[in-house]
Ligand binder design. Structure first.
Ligand code: ADP
Ligand code: MG
Length: 407
């Protein structure tokens, strides 16, 4: 008699991670309402859903950052306590967070290898290998506070890859990356799949779902409303699953042709040059949306901040409705009707520890107060914004940092 050893086919084994009936509330806000999910070895589970649906909260529970109120998590069939990040890490779980969290005073390299016990030289070698494999341009000796959001995202992803995680969670990793970086990240994810890693991949981009995911789940208001193998769905199915139920899917909107005959450009750039960009001339007409594309470090942000007057251009002109606004104060540019939504919301966009209404009113305080803030006016404005932009909050008083990323 001889024994035959058979390799168990992956499918019949227990999922790498099973989430069972997970519930979570913040105060009276019930965020997760009985979530069940399985991800097997070598699978990429795309998790999609509107802003505030609960995706990041679920991922933070897996990583031990938040604790569930109810429900269990099983790793390879065994019920496992993941109540602390250190425990989750020891089980090979790693979360690349939605908002990069780097140490601003440390270098890129220090940021990547912090928290590892291995020898520095060893780690350095591995970091270099991963970067080379990806073909990303990232100087290891740069200070983290000089990095753009996209570059910070790359550092966060590298941290995750260096961890050799068995379960890797990527929470909207590509939101500010460009095609090239995304492509190389996807190549790497393909490798990780082959190595049997289980991956959660949160994204807003449906094309990405079809490109790399094996399974997809849609989360809406804390419930998984649809899940299954990616092949079972079309893009239209997913869009329908994502939209609020009260919205009807429009027929493909037709681009309206603009009649330029009598139009003057709203914004004109004439030979604008500065740090990272050179001799840029362009005209933007009423009704136009002008896309500016480029790889990380191409000078997009520098260029945008120069137009709004946060940075100085070295030469060239910016005209708004024919008026030269080059070099004038940002405050005055905004008064003239040009606005800027910054890339780095933590640094330039929001007051993290203030509530939603103060954040909404902060840019128009002059219409809101003489000396004291007119509370009534502030509340009306906030209500309008929350309604018109479908901002998902428990109320105007919700503190900014507890809002979901998109909100
Ligand atoms: P998603 O990642 O799907 O956009 P989140 O999981 O970040 O959504 O947020 C889901 C809901 O949970 C939101 O309504 C958000 O305001 C709330 N929330 C998340 N974190 C906290 C927190 N620390 N305190 C209070 N509310 C929170
Ligand atoms: Mg999120």
């Amino acid at each position: 008699m001889h024994t035959i050893t058979t390799e168990t086919p992956i499918d019949s084994r227990d999922p790498m991670i099973s989430i069972r009936d997970i519930w979570k509330s913040f105060g009276t806000n019930s965020v997760l309402k009985g979530i069940d999910l399985d991800v097997r070895s070598g699978e990429v589970m795309a998790l999609i859903g509107g802003n505030g649906a609960g995706k990041s909260t679920l991922m933070k529970i897996i990583m031990g950052i938040y604790q569930q109120d109810k429900g269990d998590i099983y790793l390879a069939g065994e019920k496992t306590d993941l109540s602390k990040p250190a425990i989750a890490l020891s089980h090979g779980i790693y979360l690349v967070p939605q908002e990069p969290m780097l140490f601003p005073n440390m270098t890129v390299e220090e940021n990547i290898i912090i928290g590892f016990l291995e020898k520095k030289s060893e780690l350095r070698k591995r970091v270099k290998e991963i970067i080379n494999q990806l073909g990303w341009k990232l100087q290891l000796d740069r200070k983290a506070d000089t990095l753009s959001i996209a570059e910070q995202q790359l550092v966060e992803i590298l941290r995750g890859l260096l961890r050799n995680a068995r379960i890797l969670i990527l929470d909207e990793p590509t939101s500010s990356l460009t095609f090239n970086e995304i492509e190389s990240l996807f190549d790497l994810i393909e490798d990780l799949k082959k190595k049997g890693i289980a991956i959660f991949y949160i994204t807003h981009r449906l094309t990405e779902v079809f490109e790399i995911a094996s399974k997809v789940s849609i989360m809406r208001d804390g419930i998984i409303t649809l899940q299954g193998p990616v092949e079972d769905f079309t893009k239209e199915d997913l869009i329908r699953g994502l939209l609020p139920t009260d919205i009807k899917l429009k027929k493909t909107a037709k681009l309206q042709a603009i009649d330029y005959t009598d139009l003057q450009p709203v914004l004109q750039l004439k030979n604008l040059s500065g740090y990272g960009y050179k001799n840029i001339s362009l005209d933007v007409y009423p009704g136009e949306v002008l896309g500016v594309a480029g790889v990380v470090g191409a000078g997009r942000t520098e260029f945008a901040t120069a137009i709004i007057g946060m940075e100085r251009a070295n030469s060239g002109q910016v005209l708004l409705n024919g008026e030269d606004i080059t070099g004038i104060k940002t405050r005055s540019i905004i008064d003239k009707g040009l606005n800027y939504v910054p890339e780095d919301r933590f640094l330039n966009g929001i007051f993290n520890i203030a509530d939603t209404k103060s954040n909404l009113s902060s840019a128009s305080l002059r219409t809101m107060c003489k000396f004291f803030t007119n509370r009534r006016r502030e509340e009306t404005l906030s209500d309008e914004c929350i309604r018109d932009f479908r901002i998902k909050v428990t109320g105007q008083d919700q503190i900014m940092e507890s809002l979901s990323g998109g909100n």
